[in-house]
Design a protein around this ligand. Structure first.
Ligand SMILES: [Zn+2]
Length: 244
């Protein structure tokens, strides 16, 4: 699908969208140093909505990590979604006996297939007083770890892959980690200094009680991770402005 078709498609989907860019405007936004880009939608399903400025600041932080891979994060839209209150505390299939949860079914039935996005919620179901995991990224590698039935597998691949869910109590670098799962299809590694280290373990960045980052080992994607993530990746689009 080329860019103009994609943007017309997105435009038809999101007639209530906050900001719509024409294909020409959009292409002009992508700096020439990036070889690839992908387009994200941001959905707020939280009781404490982040402002557009806060969302853009978190995206900019994630962008600094994706810079190393030559990948630009395109923002299509920010939507403050009408939603049932229970979805603000998100439950994933990983904590639902490996079955796609009501939360996932509700949200992903609202959107069109083969999109990429960030879903902000208050918390995830295994968040425990600042301990544990606060975010998730839906990568297609998940099929190695869970036996989904055929219908669930199709739903997962068509609607869920490419999305991350972020609880509010989480530092912004985690967004890059989760997008590493969802967009680059990267799995966890054992090195605590690696961006794809499992953040639930020791040696990870420290936060204060308000969720502010106190210390950060500033993990980045490695050249090997970039190369793996870019290889045969249908979510990445070539930047028409790219100059070697
Ligand atoms: Zn992870």
């Amino acid at each position: 699908m080329n860019l103009s078709v994609l943007l017309i498609f997105l435009g038809l989907l999101f007639t209530s969208s906050v900001t719509q860019l024409s294909a020409k405007d959009y292409a002009e936004l992508i700096p020439s140093r990036y070889r690839y880009y992908f387009v994200l939608s941001v959905y707020s399903l939280s009781s404490q909505n982040l402002s557009k400025e806060q969302i853009k600041s978190r995206l900019a932080h994630a962008q600094s990590k994706f810079d190393d891979c030559g990948i630009y994060l395109g923002l299509d839209r920010i939507e403050y979604m009408n939603h049932p209150q229970w979805i603000e505390e998100w439950e994933t299939f990983a904590f639902n006996n490996g079955e796609i949860s009501e939360w996932e079914t509700w949200f992903f039935s609202q959107i069109f297939p083969r999109q990429n996005g960030i879903i902000y919620v208050d918390s995830l179901n295994w968040t425990m007083e600042g301990q544990g995991t606060w975010a998730t990224g839906y990568g297609s590698f998940i099929h190695k770890h869970y036996q989904l039935d055929t219908a669930s597998k199709v739903f997962y691949d068509d609607y869920m892959v490419g999305h991350v869910v972020m609880g509010l109590y989480r530092a912004s670098w985690t967004l890059a980690h989760e997008l590493g799962h969802a967009i680059l299809n990267l799995e966890h590694v054992d090195n605590p200094k690696d961006l794809m280290f499992n953040g639930a373990q020791a040696g990870t960045p420290q936060f204060d009680s308000s969720g502010l980052l106190i210390s950060d080992n500033n993990p980045r994607f490695t050249p090997k991770q970039c190369a793996k993530g870019i290889l045969d990746n249908p979510r990445l689009l070539p930047n028409p402005n790219f100059v070697e």
